[in-house]
Ligand binder design. Structure first.
Ligand SMILES: [Zn+2]
Length: 130
């Protein structure tokens, strides 16, 4: 897995991109980086990482990932704030998946905040889904 390209479509290998974040040896510096690593966590089935990077206020008690859904591509469409000197930010993205029912995508504007635990996902507005 580590020599494969990162699921987040960065063009880097997984080992040089999202793997250190998933292992907890590195932290996302920007909201976009956290967003990418969360997409990758969906792709590799790392529910622990998703819960760890979810804001306590909105975090679900448990997270059941759908094994039938394969997340294979991420397009980051826009960002606002979310930089290394910011404490909040948004990332607009489209995430593509395929499953038994065919292909689909999720288009969302996600909100992130940065606290003592680093960047965390708060919630998002889904504009289309399929
Ligand atoms: Zn990545």
């Amino acid at each position: 897995m580590d020599v494969a390209r990162c699921p987040c479509s960065s063009g880097l290998t997984y080992a040089d991109c999202c793997a250190p974040l998933h292992r907890g040896t590195a932290r996302a510096g920007t909201a976009e980086q956290l967003m990418r690593s969360r997409f990758s966590a969906f792709a590799v089935g790392d529910a622990d990482y998703l819960l760890r990077t979810w804001h306590p206020r909105t975090r679900p008690a448990d997270l059941e990932l759908d094994d039938d859904l394969r997340w294979y591509r991420l397009d980051v469409l826009a960002t606002s704030a979310g930089g290394v000197f910011d404490t909040d930010g948004t990332v607009e993205f489209e995430a593509f998946h395929r499953g038994p029912g065919g292909r689909g995508s999720l288009h969302e504007v996600s909100r992130f905040v940065r606290g003592s635990d680093g960047w965390q996902y708060v919630d998002g507005d889904v504009t289309t889904s399929g």
